[in-house]
Ligand binder design. Structure first.
Ligand SMILES: C[S@@+](CC[C@H](N)C(=O)[O-])C[C@H]1O[C@@H](n2cnc3c(N)ncnc32)[C@H](O)[C@@H]1O
Length: 159
């Protein structure tokens, strides 16, 4: 899995749903993982599946990242894993992606972002239709160190 290449410490599984990705990272890579998702039912399912990462119920508001930034700081998060997530959060607020990306660098210790997005489709109607579109919305303070059709690994530009 792409996340095998995580270098940093604590990990946020953003839009974690039932938390299974975060659990795998916690078990296999021995990282402390926090999962955030808006959907209470998914988090309840996660617990019923035995997921024991720290799960936080939170609807991430693309016009107010402060609650999420607080979670990142409180848990000393250094890595974000965003699988099929940024296209949801930024659906109506593409212009806020760069704001978020900048706040990560200025206010938190996050220095790695793993994105897994949609595969490019020729007739896509979604405003954020692909992984490369998710990368682009984050602006130019982060660079793709490696990536493929559906995934990208980003680090702070110039570091
Ligand atoms: C396509 S699922 C992906 C789940 C998981 N990352 C995976 O790859 O299996 C999208 C998830 O994003 C969550 N989500 C969507 N918008 C959100 C928001 N604004 N804040 C928090 N979670 C959100 C949904 O509840 C859902 O669990």
């Amino acid at each position: 899995m792409v996340e095998d290449n995580i270098r940093g410490g604590n990990v946020l599984d953003i839009c974690c749903s039932t938390g299974l990705l975060g659990q795998r990272i916690q078990d296999e890579l021995k990282k402390t993982v926090v999962g955030v998702d808006a959907d209470r039912k998914s988090l309840q399912n996660a617990r019923s599946y035995g997921v024991d990462v720290n799960l936080v119920e939170m609807k991430i508001d693309a016009t107010n990242f402060s609650p999420l930034i607080s979670v990142l700081i409180k848990n000393d998060i250094e890595v974000i894993v965003a699988r099929r997530c940024l296209s949801e959060i930024f659906f109506n607020h593409i212009d806020q992606g760069a704001v978020f990306a900048e706040r990560l660098l200025k206010e938190t210790n996050v220095r790695e972002i793993f994105i897994q997005g949609r595969r490019e489709q020729p007739n896509a109607t979604h405003p954020i239709p692909s992984c490369s579109a998710e990368v682009a919305l984050l602006g130019d303070l982060w660079v793709v160190e490696y990536g493929g059709f559906e995934m990208a690994y980003l680090r702070e530009k110039g570091k």
